[in-house]
Design a protein around this ligand. Sequence first.
Ligand SMILES: Nc1nc2c(ncn2[C@@H]2O[C@H](COP(=O)(O)OP(=O)(O)OP(=O)(O)O)[C@@H](O)[C@H]2O)c(=O)[nH]1
Ligand SMILES: [Mg+2]
Length: 210
Amino acid sequence: MMTPRGVRSPIDVKIESSIFVASAYKPSDEPSRPGRQVVFLGRSNVGKSSLINILLGAKKLARTSSTPGRTQSVNFYRINDTFWFVDLPGYGFAKVPKQVREAWGPMVEGFLGRRRDEIGLAVLLVDARHDPTAKDRTMGEWLETAGIPYLVVGTKADKLSGNGRSQSLKMIRNVFGEGAMAIGTVLASSKNGLGLRELWKYLDQAVEAA
Ligand SMILES: Nc1nc2c(ncn2[C@@H]2O[C@H](COP(=O)(O)OP(=O)(O)OP(=O)(O)O)[C@@H](O)[C@H]2O)c(=O)[nH]1
Ligand SMILES: [Mg+2]
């Protein structure tokens, strides 16, 4: 599998297999096999599916799009036949049809509630270039209340300068850093591989018990 030139990715050693297993529109579509899960959450278009692909060294495993709202189901990827990556539908994009927006709550919150005990980590993605939105904050609060540990990842960090990145990290930590369930903050890029090694350290720990 190809990774961007010059990126020293740790994934070649770790990922023996990654398989798309299911797209769930309702609970009965979900794979019944239990196992540790890492869930990817965040605004539409923030880069969830792109991050999953680059973490797995698989260019097209998760479908990405410049049109927000691409992922509208709960998508399950089985890694090394031991744990799961779960790509959740994005929230907060005004252009997404109302019907889709209204389905988000029951689908995502329902899923997180039901699978709480199997979730090793939630990766909450926010756009590194902007202040976290009200919905990002609400999502963080929701995870706090649910008792789900989460890592905040600032995406598209390739679009920031070095100084911009330290500002961004500060801003994200200001918003989420105090949370009891927030285990860390990482800036990442699916374009140039920034932050992936650090991200994998957290993911490794989260799936260790798998
Ligand atoms: N520059 C840059 N662009 C990115 C990065 N990650 C994603 N993108 C772009 O952002 C757009 C959205 O990416 P997706 O991965 O589809 O976003 P998503 O969060 O899965 O979106 P939904 O499925 O709609 O919720 C695409 O055009 C990507 O190419 C990044 O790290 N850097
Ligand atoms: Mg997506």
